[in-house]
Design a protein around this ligand. Structure first.
Ligand SMILES: Cc1cc2nc3c(=O)[nH]c(=O)nc-3n(C[C@H](O)[C@H](O)[C@H](O)COP(=O)(O)OP(=O)(O)OC[C@H]3O[C@@H](n4cnc5c(N)ncnc54)[C@H](O)[C@@H]3O)c2cc1C
Length: 552
């Protein structure tokens, strides 16, 4: 059973400090030692070591860990959260893998690696148009084997096959079965079955000797010198203490992408300012930490056009309104162990005819029943705030008591969050009541009254003269009136670090950074949504680190 090694972290840290280093220097100082790495090693810098260190114990990190262990390597997983799983744990568990899997054969679907490749380099589909075709080739060749790898490691699937979805032209989507242990799920909703994927991989990894360090936040990647030499390990913090972890064969960046990092996500789309929340939060962050730490040691980004390919659900309409995180398929119910963080479940919208959507000035901006990227562009258009030119500001659903009754909503906590939901007897009072951390302007009562009066006239007319909402159906006229947070929510990171087909990270000069890998949503070059590509490249990275040790 492969084993990581560990010594008393506090002792080794003290030893390092005793030998002349300044407190707080950590990894940067080690990088600054340049060719004197041996000296630093002799100074007992490292607190623990393993062959592979994964930064993140989510979907890609777990696949890499199991794969590395299968090939005889020892593994330490460094995870900032209180539990493993990342977005994978609250995901819908729809796994997009084909190429001739046993499940496809069982369901009579003909497929091959070549067909996966052809589908995912399509020029006529926006999710494949900007793909790095070398990465797609590797993805295609490893598709079927990755599915069988999941089965071998205890992942159970429902007996079906769905599709074609995304750029695929044959059925490739299967769904996991929910993990049976309720205390090991973060949501019990019957559609959140991704727990069955990540828990099975965790079980397999732990059984093979992986060490999982929870509440350990990676703060930097340690390289021999800032822009050359091998990646040696990482620095993390845990309970205010620094922990230096040596990676003998490789460090894997698997921190889940960058959508939770406002500065980094705006590198790819400047509109994505702070008001846009992220699906999967407040459970886990797509922190961008892995990308930034890798870039600090010379890594390059790749395939950034994918982030704005305007296909799929990278930006998504909220479906549960009046709460901070209302991503369509994820309801934070009161029985979730993180409900104290989520604070409200939201009011689930059945019919978008029941409300209008206004920006922070109180004006409608688009047809409410639409959910295409034109809708998001309008929601993110300048709202008129001279002090906030980027981002569209909050979007509010405005409706009346009749809508509440038609939708059968109970507009009280815990269904709604008092910071994200407001109610008043008049529209003017409602506008004045809207106070929210992201509302940068005071909404004018007169503007909201005018907006609603105009919309009500469209209901009489049977036609939306402003935005072409198909046959506006209901007037907003019976108090009380309500305003519920409905700001679009971010979902996928579709760009990230440049890697080669072995998932080795590439630097700004096109050279492999020895000892550094990346997989999952932190990896750039491929705009497929979700679990499939994270699992494939995680598995590739773990195997390559174990077998080739991060050598170019
Ligand atoms: C609600 C929801 C539903 C989804 N449904 C599906 C679906 O049905 N099908 C599908 O294909 N995809 C789905 N997805 C997407 C899928 O879950 C993700 O694409 C996938 O989990 C990403 O894997 P990852 O390893 O890159 O990131 P994650 O699984 O998010 O793992 C990243 C991990 O890194 C950790 N981390 C971040 N920063 C640090 C740091 N500094 N130090 C240490 N650890 C750190 C995080 O805490 C996290 O645990 C869904 C996502 C969500 C949110």
């Amino acid at each position: 059973m492969p084993k990581s090694t560990r010594k008393d972290a506090s002792v080794s840290r003290r030893a390092f400090l005793r030998k002349g280093a300044t407190a707080g220097v950590g990894a940067t100082a080690l990088a600054g030692l340049g060719g004197r790495t041996q000296e630093a090693e002799a100074q007992n810098f490292w607190d623990m070591s393993a062959d592979l260190v994964t930064i993140g114990a989510g979907t890609a990190g777990l696949a890499a860990a199991v794969s590395a262990l299968d090939h005889g390597a020892s593994v330490i997983m460094v995870e900032e959260n209180t539990d493993i799983g990342g977005h994978g744990l609250c995901s819908g568990g729809n796994v997009h893998l084909g190429g001739g899997t046993s499940n496809q054969k069982k369901h009579g679907v003909e497929d091959s690696a070549d067909q996966v490749f052809i589908d995912w380099i399509r020029h006529d589909h926006m999710q494949s148009r900007y793909s790095d075709r070398d990465l797609v080739r590797a993805f295609a060749d490893e598709n079927a084997a990755t599915y069988e790898f999941l089965i071998e490691n205890g992942v159970k699937f429902q007996d079906h096959l769905v599709g074609p979805t995304q750029a695929s032209r044959v059925r490739r989507q299967q769904r996991t079965i929910q993990w049976p242990v309720a205390s090991e799920r973060v949501t019990h909703h019957p559609t959140r079955v991704g727990s069955g994927l990540v828990r099975a991989l965790e079980k397999s990894a732990r059984a093979q000797g992986a060490e999982v360090l929870l509440r350990h936040k990676m703060t930097s990647i340690v390289r021999e010198s800032p822009s050359s030499g091998r990646v040696l390990g990482i620095t993390a913090t845990h309970d205010g203490r620094t922990v230096n972890i040596r990676a003998n064969k490789g460090v894997l960046v698997a921190t889940g992408g960058s959508t939770s990092n406002v500065t980094l996500r705006r590198t790819f789309d400047p509109r994505l300012t702070e008001e846009y929340q992220v699906a999967g939060e407040p459970w886990s962050r797509q922190s961008g930490d892995g990308e930034l730490a890798a870039m600090a040691v010379g890594a390059s980004l790749w395939g950034t056009a994918n982030q704005t390919c305007e296909q799929g659900i990278a930006i998504s309409k909220t479906r549960h309104i009046g709460c901070q995180w209302g991503y369509s398929s994820l309801i934070w119910q009161t029985d979730s162990r993180i409900f104290d963080l989520a604070r409200a479940s939201g009011l689930t919208v059945i019919d978008w005819q029941d409300l209008i959507l206004v920006n922070q000035t109180g004006r409608r901006f688009w047809n409410e029943v639409d959910a295409r990227y034109d809708f998001f562009a309008a929601a993110m258009a300048w709202s008129g705030d001279e002090n906030k030119l980027n981002g569209g500001g909050p979007i509010w659903a405005i409706f009346d008591q009749d809508a509440v009754e038609r939708e059968e909503w109970d507009p009280r906590p815990p269904n709604v969050d008092p910071d994200y939901f407001f109610q008043a007897d008049t529209l003017a009072e409602l506008a004045a009541a809207i106070k929210n951390p992201y509302q940068t302007l005071s909404m004018s009562g007169a503007t909201l009254e005018e907006t609603v009066a105009r919309y009500n006239s469209f209901v009489d007319l049977g036609e939306d003269e402003d935005f072409d909402k198909p046959t506006p159906r209901y007037k907003i006229e019976r108090p009380p009136f309500y305003a519920a947070w409905s700001t679009p929510i971010l979902h996928d990171s579709l760009t990230g670090l440049r890697t080669n087909t072995k998932a080795q990270v590439i630097d700004m000069r096109g050279q492999v950074i020895p000892g550094l890998y990346c997989a999952g949503e932190s990896q750039g070059g491929f705009a497929q949504h979700g679990l499939g590509r994270c699992l494939v490249f995680g598995r590739i990275a773990g195997r390559d680190a174990a077998v080739n040790g991060g050598i170019a």
